[in-house]
Structures are given as C-alpha cells and as structure tokens.
Design a protein around this ligand. Structure first.
Ligand code: PMP
Ligand code: GLU
Length: 398
C-alpha cells in the first residue's frame, strides 16, 4: 500500500514531540523540568472563561458561518484598527482553529505546485512543513546573529527566483525573541512590492514585548502597496493564555480571504462556536490581564537571561519579546559528558534530558543545528531549577 509521498515527507512537530516525551517522563514519576513547549502557563483569564461558559449555557453551540461569526470579525477589525492602525472590512477577516490553522490556510490559498516561499531561518518549524503540505517549496534563508537575525536586502536578492511567491515574516520571533523595527520591515516591504510577492506576517507574539526601545509594528501598516499584499496572522493563544481554545485569524486582501474561507468551509466547517464567543470577550474586554502576564514574562526573561549569561560556553542575544531564549551551544561541541561526546544541539538536548531531566528544543528543525531553544513560559521556580541543572550539566562537560 503506497501512502502519500507528500505526507510521508512530513515529520511530526519536534516541539510537540519533545513536550509529549517530557510529559510521559513526568507521568512515570521523573522530576522533569520542561522548557519545551511555547505555551503560557497562566489560566485563561476569568472573564474570558465566563464568556465560554455563558455561550454554552445560552445554547451558542451550533455551526457558525465557515469564516467565523460577524461579531468576532468585527472585534478583530476593531483590534487591528486600535492596536495596529489597520483598516479592514469584515470580508477581509477569516477566523480559524488557531493561528497554525490560519497559516496553513494562507499557504493553501496562495501556493501553486512548485511555488517558492522564502523563510528566514531560524524559523518556527511548522512553516516549512506547511509550505510543503500546500505543494510549495520552502526556501530557507540563513539570517545572521550580528543582524539580530533580521533579513537583509542582499539575502532576499540571493534567495529570490522566478518561482518565488511569498515571504514569511515573524515578529516578535519564535525562536529568537527578536523584534523587527520599522526599518527592518521596510526592507521586506520594498522587496515584496518590487518583486510582486505576498508576505505572510505572523504577529502572534505582538503583545509580549520587553525591550523598552522596541514596539510592535505591523508590516501591513507601512503603506497601501504592502497592505494589499500582506496576510496578517494573529490569534489569542499567546496574549490571552488561550492555547487550548484554538482561535486564530487572518486579515488579508478580500480575494485571498474568499479562497481561505472556501477551503475552510470544506475542511473544518467553522471554528468552535464557544471559543469564538470567548475570543470576543478577550478582544473587547478589559486588557489588564494581558499586561499582567507580560510583566510576569518580562521578569522571567530578565532572570533566565542573567542565568544563561553566567554559564560559560553558551551564548544568546537578550530576548526582546515572545518567551524564548535562543542559545548557541556550539562552543561546547567536542566536549564529553560521562564519556559521550557532544557534537550537536540535538545531542546536547538528548543528554541533558537523560541525565538532568531538563527538556528543551534542539533547533535543527528551526534551521539552526547549533542552537537550543528554551521556552520560559513557566514559573520562576521552575526556571531556577532548570537553569541550576543546565549549569551543572555544562560544568560537568570535559
Ligand atoms: N506562530 C508562531 C510563531 C507560534 O510560535 C505559534 C505557536 N504554536 C503559532 C503561530 C500557532 O499558535 P496557535 O495555533 O496556538 O494560535
Ligand atoms: N508554537 C509553540 C512552540 O513553538 C507551540 C508548539 C507548536 O505548535 O509548535 O513551542
């Protein structure tokens, strides 16, 4: 029996696989510290949970329009206008089952077989798999640490071919935690306009910013020409601690929104009706909860960065946003732990999990095999325990 060659070429998400492994070890009684998954540890704020409960009690439990309720689309338009200075009509908004789903829909809506998508590396690992599933070809562009992992014009020029259809952009970035300035964005916008490309702009971490000198700018706000070729992706998973509710959205030119909506109408009908009601409460309700969580993440960011800096042999840029610390461990390659040589980040991560019970993500699947990623979306106590163990592990290398 031959299965789909395309499906067989897709590897399951490493972030989710490592998280599952850590959970399994924990369930078997091991004292594991998990820095693997990027998921806020906070509960969904009370007023948002209540909106979900009310939706159930009021019988809002049936199919909704495929592309989402008008009520939620209006709330998204209001959010985009107030937070990002973007004007959208409800016909340009599609609500989906998480930003991951919005991204997959976007690639399916714009790609023909063989179309190339420029993905700046390091990148969140699902982008390349999604492009492949949609019949496209991921073209990885390796950005440089000295450029804060931002794309340069030269890198774009080198990567662009007659088949290039789109550019992927993520700010704040998973995994680097870096934030694109308006100047960084202008490089991408000018290029996209000049070469007639679409940009998919993933802004899911926009509310989680710690660098006081940086602010989030939405690419589409740079002018009409780039607005007309941008698919803004966002959602409530990270800002409102709503990962399990599964609501994300795309804001884009009406023709693209129509394609996305048609695809979604066949694939999933509509996003969950109850979660849509809760998302309206999240977007239109009080926003103090977002700031309270951001402040907590900022404390963790400062603490974990300080701990990382004190460990000899590993190095990282201070994260400006999101909740990841992206660490170069290549200076340790060649050293041994209990006689076993460390020669890659994958190897580092494996030995660390086996010996010290700390789970983190090695970044080969993010396009950077010399790096590991720590998600610090967990309590300070957990971070302290995990960093103590990493410090001990690195000290024991020889
Ligand atoms: N984009 C990025 C960069 C992410 O890290 C994630 C995390 N899962 C997502 C999109 C998807 O988020 P969700 O599907 O939970 O809305
Ligand atoms: N985006 C999060 C992460 O990078 C969640 C897991 C996933 O979907 O990859 O860890």
């Amino acid at each position: 029996m031959e299965l789909s060659r395309k499906a067989l070429s897709i590897k399951a998400s490493t972030t989710l696989a490592i998280t599952a492994k850590a959970a399994e070890l924990k369930a078997s009684g091991e004292d594991v510290v998990s820095f693997a998954v990027g998921e806020p540890d906070f509960d969904t704020p009370q007023h948002i949970r209540q909106a979900g409960i009310d939706a159930i009690n009021e019988g809002f439990t049936r199919y909704t329009p495929a592309s989402g309720t008008i009520e939620l689309k209006k709330a998204v338009c209001k959010k985009l206008k107030e937070d990002n200075g973007l004007e959208y009509e409800i016909s340009q908004i599609v609500i989906s089952n998480g930003a991951k789903h919005s991204l997959m829909n976007a690639f399916m809506a714009i790609l023909n077989d063989g179309d190339e998508v420029i993905i700046p590396a390091p990148y969140w690992l699902s982008y390349s798999a999604m492009v492949t599933i949609a019949g496209g070809v991921p073209v990885l562009v390796y950005t440089k640490k000295e450029n804060n992992f931002m794309l340069t014009r030269e890198e774009l020029d080198r990567a662009c071919t007659a088949k290039t259809k789109a550019i992927m952009l993520t700010t704040p970035s998973n995994p680097t935690g870096m934030i694109a300035s308006a100047e960084d964005l202008k490089v991408v916008a000018d290029f996209a306009v000049e070469k007639d490309l679409i940009v998919i702009s993933d802004e899911i971490y926009e509310k989680l910013i710690y660098n006081k000198d940086k602010k989030h700018t939405s690419l589409a706000s740079l002018g009409k020409e780039i607005y007309d070729r941008t698919i803004v992706i966002n959602g409530v998973s990270k800002s409102y601690a709503m990962t399990g509710w599964r609501i994300g959205y795309a804001a884009c030119p009406p023709a693209i929104a129509k394609c996305i909506s048609s695809i979604q109408s066949h694939m999933t009908s509509n996003p969950n009706s109850i979660a849509q009601k809760a998302t309206v409460a999240a977007l239109l309700g009080p926003q103090d909860c977002v700031e309270e969580m951001r402040i907590e993440f900022e404390k963790r960011c400062d603490y974990i960065y300080e701990r990382e800096e004190a460990i000899e042999g590993i190095s990282a840029l201070k994260p400006e946003g999101a909740f990841y610390l992206f660490i170069d461990v290549s200076a340790l390659f060649g050293k041994k732990y209990m006689g076993v040589e460390i020669n890659s980040a994958a190897n580092f991560a494996e030995q660390l999990l086996d010996s010290k019970k700390v789970a983190l993500v090695p970044c080969a699947d993010f396009g950077m095999p010399d790096y590991i990623r720590i998600s610090y979306a967990c309590s300070i106590d957990n971070i302290k325990k995990g960093m103590d163990r990493i410090e001990e592990f690195v000290k024991q290398l020889n």
